[in-house]
Design a protein around this ligand. Structure first.
Ligand code: CP
Ligand code: NVA
Length: 309
């Protein structure tokens, strides 16, 4: 049976760790200019309803690095934008390519596509999750600290897609996730329940200072996610006091790193002196999207893909 990667929960602990090990290996090889065409002859469809810099470029370059080909499809330019059903599109695209990544407004669009596709489908960000981001972030944390187990990661800001994936990944990573959000912007309760029922440790606060205390990493994301531009003013008010600034960073462990999935809105969710500080790992984090996604692609559409009986 083909394997999808739509939620971070789709990977077992062993598979999660295997992808991180492979990502680190592919990174070392790229630095040494060693390229193995592990995806020669494979084509990836990249279906985007929303904008992207990192995800789009890293998947495209990743396929090229591995000897494959990537096909960018803005959903508005396909017949999807004119009403061809998701199911029919999935059936047809499956006849041409070996895998698909999708960035959609609604998570259900990806699950619907995956249901009718006979090829692996990867979530490139939905309203509910951003699993590829969290694999890259795990690689970044592993590089900095060696071991993920027991690290405390503070999430400051909006409890939506990236935060939900981080919370659920605590099952595989065994990191403690301390989340501080304004009221009304808490993470998906099903993500918290999933984590807690499977041994994850999630702590919820409404005070960013409490979440940040002694953290090994402080992570934030834009307050205005794609599609929320019409409620920007309301959200800027609601998130007052949740900026990741230098006083907040000083509450974390002295060697704590700063994470941001990017794009950043400097002066809103993160201060310039924090994102540009020596403690900022955001550029490594962005680079690691490439290495992590190459590992995901090899495992999903390579010659020996992960399978589930
Ligand atoms: N972090 C992330 O997914 O960035 P893009 O929106 O630029 O792809
Ligand atoms: N929460 C953000 C993440 C962007 C990578 C959004 O959904 O726009």
């Amino acid at each position: 049976m083909k394997r999808d990667f739509i939620s971070i929960t789709d990977l077992s602990c062993e598979e999660y760790n295997d992808i991180l090990v492979l990502a680190a290996q592919l990174k070392r090889q790229r630095y040494a200019d060693i390229h193995h065409p592990l995806l020669a002859g494979k084509t990836l469809a990249m279906i985007f309803e929303k904008a992207s810099t990192r995800t789009r470029i890293s998947f495209d370059v990743g396929m090229y690095d591995l000897g494959g080909h990537a096909l960018y499809l803005n959903s508005r330019d396909t017949q999807l934008g004119r009403g061809e059903t998701i199911a029919d599109t999935a059936r047809v695209i499956s006849r041409y390519v070996h895998g698909a990544i999708m960035r959609t407004y609604k998570h259900e669009t990806i699950t619907e596509f995956a249901k009718y596709a006979s090829i692996p489908v990867i979530n490139a960000l939905s309203d509910r999750e951003h699993p590829c981001q969290i694999i890259a972030d795990s690689l970044t944390l592993k590089e900095k600290f060696g071991d993920l187990n027991g690290l405390r990661v503070a999430w400051i800001g909006d409890g939506n897609n990236v935060c939900n994936s981080l919370i659920m990944a605590s099952v595989q990573t065994e990191m403690e996730i301390a989340v501080a959000t304004p009221k009304g912007y808490e993470p998906d309760p099903t993500a918290i329940r999933f984590s807690q029922e499977n041994g994850g440790k999630i702590l919820k606060y409404d005070d960013p200072k409490k979440a940040a205390a002694d953290a090994n990493a402080i992570y934030t994301d834009t307050w205005i996610s794609m599609g929320e531009e019409n409620i920007k003013d309301m959200k800027l008010d609601d998130f007052d006091g949740f900026c990741l600034d230098m006083p907040l960073l000083k509450r974390a462990a002295p060697d704590a790193i700063v994470l941001h999935c990017l794009p950043a809105h400097r002066g809103e969710e993160i201060a310039d002196d924090v994102i540009d500080s020596m403690q900022s790992s955001v550029w490594d984090q962005a680079e690691n999207r490439l290495h992590a996604q190459k590992a995901i692609l090899v495992r999903l559409i390579g010659t020996e893909p992960l399978t589930r009986e």
